[in-house]
Design a protein around this ligand. Structure first.
Ligand code: F6R
Length: 616
């Protein structure tokens, strides 16, 4: 949420930051801006709307200068205006800053600073911190013993309640860049004669693959050729440099029209990558490198609590079904944002598992910390190496799905389900799941990438179905058991990218209220996988038809569907129970995608949303 790019070096800061902002736009896209310093002063440019507007507004000289900070915003405090766009510059013109997070005590800060003569041009909380840094800077003795700019940043941060990822420059220090984080991600990119700051590795992989992940309460002081890290309370910190092994082209569009399309079509690969090296055929089980829990310890687990938000929460619901079914361990699923502030009594042998694509979602991170504080063992299923959730959990499983840029999650969701299936297999084989059942599951999981590849060939057919339904303003997604979370995900996908009001329900629940919505203007998407309750799903479809509702049915091949019952039918291959949620997800993704395109929506940047939600 909000993207930050800062640069110091010998190259043109403006051009490099602009490139970085484009790669980060999925973090927020209501306005953007940059400040570049050429040693003589600050050049500032801001624009509302997409980064392309900033690019158009930028003039050649503004792209030069060897130091700069930039930002793409997702508004928290204050409307979407140029004045509220970052960077913010202190009223004395000395300090310029970009900020991601929320300064909770900004009102008190502003009051204090106003009394000292500082003025404010925006409605943002961030501008308060910027002026506070200026205030401390102006008070700091300039005796050459300490760096007054660095001291001022550290002093100011000690007064902050809330969260921040910041990049700051000072007009008196044209060869220095400072960054700090608490609760909002910030990464240092180590280049050759240049260094960068960013909220996300995507923004800097075109410049360097060497990164340092800043921890909470750390401050980095960067020059062209070196950098040092201290804590806010001035203790020095040893930096650990990591190599990002991403292929940079993974974050580029290539032949695709948009990232959502690219990521839907990448699923055969992302699923393969999630499974690679994770089977033991001899034991017909899964193997994981980073759980940091041995078989005996895992046998002690009596209960699992999953925590997550949004789509990842839907993946948790699938994990609940799979683990309860195949490993017979009771599972609970909580919204991370609720768990964090609830005093939920947990069994002492509970394992807490967070699922998060970005690994930076503040609600999930907060819930994970709360679970750790209470002494529970924690694991993370996560797609972002080095993210806060990955670093703070006791162990975990990386998804290896590759960068997900589209704001609406697709490949990360199916990959989270794949990892959950592997975990169900592994935990099951530590308990009562037989060798033979394990063999069947391994075989089923291995065929998923091929089956997804086949399913994607129905793209044109699903596009034509989508065209028929794009005009409706309401839609229900109905599914039972393992298909209920997929119904929820279908409704979320449709509403977030096409702005159609959509609800997901267990199909049988429909009779208890939602049936009131059924009419010829409210179609229903049924997720009707084969199995013992398939006939019950058919009965639910009859109920919809009897009320003139249109039925789009996504079913497994071989299911017997009476003539005339469904208006449109999409078939997925008949398959093992454990892979049904993955296969059934593909049509709902394509359906939502094509409906959104038909309605002229920007599928990669839906209104009001942003990837990686780093505010509560
Ligand atoms: C919806 C979507 C969100 C995320 C949620 C959690 O398409 O992407 O609902 O799933 O914000 O994000 P992560 O997985 O990064 O914690």
């Amino acid at each position: 949420m909000c993207g930050i790019v800062g640069y110091i070096g010998r190259n043109r800061a403006g051009s490099i930051m602009l490139d970085g902002l484009k790669r980060l736009e999925y973090r927020g896209y209501d306005s953007s801006g940059m400040v570049v310093s050429d040693g003589k002063g600050f050049e500032q440019i801001k624009s509302t709307g997409r980064v392309v507007n900033l690019e158009e507004a930028l003039e050649e000289p503004q792209l030069g200068g060897n130091l700069g900070i930039s930002h793409t915003r997702w508004a928290t405090h204050g409307d979407v205006t140029e004045a509220n766009a970052h960077p913010h510059t202190s009223s004395d013109g000395k300090i310029s800053m970009v900020h991601n997070g929320v300064i909770e005590n900004h009102a008190n800060m502003k009051k204090f600073l106003a009394e000292k003569g500082y003025t404010f041009r925006s409605e943002t909380d961030s501008e308060a911190l910027c002026n506070l840094i200026a205030y401390h800077y102006n008070k700091e003795p300039k005796d050459g013993e300490k760096n007054p700019f660095l001291e001022a940043v550290r002093k100011s941060l000690r007064h902050v309640n809330g969260t921040y990822g910041i990049a700051v420059i000072c007009s008196d220090f044209p060869k220095e860049l400072i960054g700090a984080r608490k609760g909002s991600p910030l990464i240092i990119g180590i280049g050759n004669g240049e260094n960068l700051l960013a909220s996300d590795v995507n923004a800097i992989t075109h410049c360097t693959q060497n990164v340092v992940y800043l921890d909470d309460n750390e401050v980095v002081h960067l020059k062209n050729d070196d950098f040092s890290i201290t804590t806010v309370s001035s203790k020095s910190v040893e930096a650990v440099i990591h190599k990002v092994d991403w292929d940079t082209s993974e974050a580029e569009l290539g032949e695709f029209d948009n990232f959502m399309q690219k990521e839907i079509f990448e699923q055969p690969n992302s699923l393969k990558n999630g499974m690679r090296g994770r089977f033991s055929d001899d034991d017909s089980t899964a193997v994981f490198g980073g759980l940091n829990l041995n078989a005996q310890e895992l046998r002690q687990i009596d209960r699992i609590l999953f925590i997550a938000c949004g789509t990842a929460w839907h993946a948790c619901l699938v994990a609940e079904h799979l683990i309860e079914r195949f490993a017979r361990i009771p599972v609970e699923v909580e919204y991370a944002s609720e768990f964090r502030y609830r005093d939920a009594p947990l069994d002492k042998n509970t394992l807490v598992i967070a699922i998060s694509q970005s690994g930076e979602t503040i609600d999930t991170l907060g819930a994970l910390r709360e679970a750790k504080r209470k002494g529970y063992r924690t694991l993370a299923i996560n797609n972002s190496v080095g993210s806060a959730i990955a670093r703070e959990s006791d162990g975990g499983i990386y998804q290896h799905a590759g960068p997900e840029i589209g704001v609406a999650s697709t490949k990360a969701f199916t990959s989270q389900i794949m990892i959950s299936a592997l975990l169900a297999l592994y935990l099951g084989r530590l308990r009562d799941l037989s060798y033979g059942d394990g063999v069947e599951i391994v075989k089923a999981l291995r065929t998923v990438p091929e089956q997804v590849e086949e399913l994607l060939k129905q793209n044109d057919k699903i596009a034509s179905i989508a065209r028929k339904y794009a005009k409706y303003e309401d839609c229900l997604f109905l599914g039972r058991q393992l298909m209920f979370p997929i119904a929820l995900e279908g409704a979320l996908k449709l509403k977030e990218i096409s702005y159609i009001h959509a609800e997901g329900y267990p199909a049988a629940e429909m009779k208890h209220g939602p049936i009131a919505l059924i009419s010829e203007d409210c179609p229903s998407v049924f997720l009707a996988a084969s199995g013992e309750i398939f006939s019950k799903s058919l009965a639910n479809m009859q109920e919809v038809k009897a009320r003139k509702g249109k039925v789009i049915c996504i079913a497994t091949k071989g299911c017997d569907i009476p003539d005339g019952l469904v208006d449109d039918l999409i078939l997925v291959p008949e398959c093992h129970e454990i892979v049904k949620p993955i296969l059934m997800s593909i049509p709902i993704q394509l359906l939502s995608y094509h409906v959104a395109l038909e309605r002229g929506c920007d599928v990669d940047k839906p209104r009001n949303l942003a990837k990686s939600v780093t505010v509560e």
